[in-house]
Design a protein around this ligand. Structure first.
Ligand code: ATP
Length: 486
């Protein structure tokens, strides 16, 4: 029997700290809210998630190219994109507890409560009212009263008015703050792509339909706490703007929805916990003709992993008007000039990494024992092979050391461990998702064979050490998600 315990988030947070995936940022100074550092294993996991995304989105395709644009762009960028005027959250304070909340989140929590109690009609009605009230502070405030929402800390309904709070981090360009040199840390990577549309078009010989992809840090001054690294103030985004002739918009929207869902399945995530959720018309930005989220069923409920949005020609047109640079495409064959429409798959690397950890986590019931194991896809696992001499003596440690060097030279991520009982060494690797362990024993010295042990099945096989690299590569390629009982 296998299970994911109900306290899986607590278990993941504790595992991440204990084994060096994620630490609280500035921990020795008491930490910074919603900000984390990634330790030795965490940084490897992030790198592998980014590699998997880049491989699928850029390297395997002829019609997508990459970009790495600056975090601080011309401040006008964010005026034109609408972020200076509109990228804000509705905040409300409880006067008794002095706690601050996002008003829309409080209402969403009430909707979820109704659903849990089977009061679907009430849930639908409240959700509809919320959608109609977004962007209207007075209407949101009235809805908080109407839904009789109380502060989760003080239990009172002693609320302030709702105010809008812009999520962009401000800084200044140059050493002195003169008031007219304000700049912003980018809240999304997408705008850097739009600003470079013409540069890329002219330098890369692409023509619509084609995409520009980028992975990089984004910053949002998020107010509400965020389920560990699910919502943080700085995070890495993976975004791709796919520029298409307007008539092909619907075709490519459908294409990217299914391509993006498939990528998560190929990463080994449980397809039963993934879904595509189309936004209702009243959830869409005014310029958007459609948006679908890839969602995952987290221990705290369904949440967005990635959004796939139809941005139409909104961004390119606005930047053309504001900058005076013509961002249209001229098709030399049809002699047609048009502003391409854009389909944007946008995901968060940290959120994807967290999702992989949650989905891979299992406390497996063995006879009289519980095994903590991460069934990560071998391509995502921070360590690919654990290398152990059965005992330190008799030349086994030296041979194991040599073999580990060989594996490293072959490009495999290894971890050498000669301490403690072999069973405990296996378990330490299971807990961080290492898919393979190799044990060097007396037979290695006599016959040149090693034992290859598999994380998911715990099965062992004996191989000539010279075949090890090829065998591991083959098993990585052949890996499939092990069946697990819920
Ligand atoms: P949310 O509704 O969760 O705030 P969003 O719809 O504002 O997200 P987008 O602007 O579409 O998010 O960003 C694309 C992706 O970036 C999200 O799907 C998510 O994976 C990631 N992301 C957004 N905000 C954060 C954050 N504060 N922390 C971590 N990842 C984030």
């Amino acid at each position: 029997m296998a299970k994911q315990p109900s306290g899986v988030m607590d278990a993941i947070v504790s595992l991440c700290k204990r084994r060096g995936f994620v630490f609280q940022a500035s921990e020795i100074y008491g930490g910074v809210g919603n900000t984390y550092d990634y330790g030795p294993l965490g940084v490897e996991l992030l790198r592998r998630v980014k590699d998997a995304w880049w491989t699928r989105m850029v390297q395997e395709r002829r019609d997508v190219v990459g970009l790495d644009s600056a975090i601080i762009q011309h401040p006008q960028t964010w005026v034109t994109s609408g972020h200076v005027g509109g990228f804000s959250d509705p905040l409300i304070d409880n006067k008794t507890s002095k706690q601050r909340y996002r008003a829309d989140h409080l209402i969403e929590e009430k909707v979820a409560k109704y659903r849990k109690k089977g009061r679907d009609k009430d849930a639908d009605a409240l959700q509809a009212k919320l959608n109609a009230s977004l962007g209207d502070n007075a209407a949101l405030r009235a809805l908080i009263d109407e839904a009789k929402i109380k502060c989760p800390v003080s239990g009172t309904d002693d609320w302030t008015d709702v105010r809008q709070f812009n999520l962009m981090f401000k800084t200044t360009i140059g050493p002195v703050d003169t008031g007219d040199n304000i700049a912003y840390l980018r809240p999304e990577t997408a705008q850097g792509i739009f600003l470079n549309f013409k540069n890329v078009l002219e330098s890369s010989r692409q023509k619509p339909p084609f995409g520009i992809a980028q992975i990089g840090k984004s910053f949002r001054n998020e107010i509400t706490p965020g389920n560990f690294v699910f919502r943080t103030r700085e995070f890495e985004q993976a975004e791709m703007e796919f520029f298409v002739p307007p008539a092909e918009n619907d075709h490519w929207f459908e294409y990217w929805k299914s391509a993006r869902l498939q990528w998560y399945i190929d990463l080994g995530i449980d397809p039963g916990k993934l879904r595509l959720r189309d936004h209702d018309a009243d959830e869409l930005a005014h310029y958007s003709t459609g948006c679908t989220d890839v969602e995952y069923e987290y221990p705290f409920g369904w949440g967005e992993l990635e959004g796939i949005a139809c941005r139409t020609d909104f961004d390119l047109k606005r930047h053309s008007e504001a900058s005076g640079t013509d961002l249209v495409y001229f098709d030399p064959q049809t002699k047609e000039r048009y502003t391409p429409y854009v389909i944007e798959p946008a995901g968060g690397i940290n959120r994807i990494a967290l999702t992989c950890l949650i989905d891979a986590y299992e406390e497996e019931q063995l006879e009289g024992d519980v095994r903590t194991v991460l069934h990560l896809h071998p391509r995502l696992a921070p360590i690919t092979v654990g290398v152990f001499p059965l005992v330190k003596k008799g030349g086994m440690a030296e041979r194991a050391d040599e073999l580990e060097q060989e594996l490293r030279r072959a490009g495999l991520a290894t971890f050498y461990d000669e301490k403690g009982a072999i069973g405990r060494r296996y378990r330490r690797q299971d807990e961080v998702g290492t898919p393979f362990c190799v044990t060097i024993d007396g037979d290695t010295l006599e016959k040149g064979t090693v034992t290859l042990r598999h994380r998911d099945s715990m099965e062992q096989e004996t191989l000539p050490s010279g075949e090890l690299v090829a065998a591991i590569r083959e098993r990585i390629d052949a890996w499939t998600r092990p069946e697990r009982k819920a």
